[in-house]
Design a protein around this ligand. Sequence first.
Ligand SMILES: *Cc1c(COP(=O)(O)O)cnc(C)c1O
Length: 372
Amino acid sequence: MNYIPVNEPLLDGNEKKYLLECIETGWISSEGAFVNQFEGQFANKVDRKYGIAVSSGSAALDVAIAALKIGPGDEVILSTFTIISCAAAIVRSGAKPVVIDCDPITWNMDVSQIEGKITSKTKAIMIVHIYGLPVDLEPLLAIAYKHKLKIIEDAAEMHGQTYKGHPCGSFGDISTFSFYPNKHITTGEGGMLVTDNAEIADRCRSLRNLCFQPQKRFVHEELGWNFRMTNLQAALGVAQLERIDEFVIRKRTMGEKYTELLSDISSLQLPLVKTTYANNIYWVFGLVLKDEVSLSVSDIMMYLKNNNIGSRPFFWPMHEQPIFQKMGLFNKESYPVAEKISRRGFYIPSGLALTEEQIKKVAAILREALNS
Ligand SMILES: *Cc1c(COP(=O)(O)O)cnc(C)c1O
């Protein structure tokens, strides 16, 4: 029986044609024309003035923190339920990550907990939209405005999503994206920073390129990274971007299909189809086992695996990461919602290449797993 991977991208548009163009012209480094084109078109898609392409979504977060001059003595508030890249970027800068819990239904940061964590050291809020639904931005932006806090928006799971009609990725002082193959559009590896601020955009460009100086190239006032995106990656990006609207529709159709097939299973918590501010775009189709299920997530994932179906557990909370505990961070802090969903949550195949037949198969096997 054929294996159904947790993710498989769709690369059947102009990807091959544009890649061939790179190879035939010899333009394969970050100096090639696709990089600029991708930056401009992507920024435009999310209503931003500037796009700065980088080598990954994680790199974009490192650059974002540095570009906003966040460092030792500063605090940044974020949800404990996120990927390591977010907290890692803060910690590496010398700043302190301050976490809050997430909402049990949307799995996004619980905005009502932000103000209780603001101190004189708080410099920014890092918004991370989770799994397909955006964070509730209106109250969050009001808090940020009131306390003069910067916003870093990690929209790595939100290409093509909107909040009250405005594109995700248009809300931060800097917003970031990833183009890893499980994201809505991919460049293999890659990322992007977007902003409307020319000065911040310049800082991002400099930081991704080792802080070479235009006049005295090899004299450095600051340390950057080589986080440049290659023309090969950008060529893929341009081709993928041509299809982003179609991809979002595909993802929504996938989510609707799974919802239809699984919603009668009362022991499973399904992703919310929509909130008052957005319709889910199902970056991944996440599920949480309710208390009455005696099986563990590993039991279910093993059952799926034995039936040739890939799956992944949910993120593990930042405050429970051994590396941060060793550093003395989050001492004895507890965030019950994140602790629970990280232990009881997992996601099933959700990639763009997933067929309806595969969706049906996954749903049927999952049903079997829960009855066994
Ligand atoms: C995927 C992802 C990242 C990391 O992106 P990479 O390109 O894999 O480094 C960061 N933040 C979020 C929310 C993500 O989903």
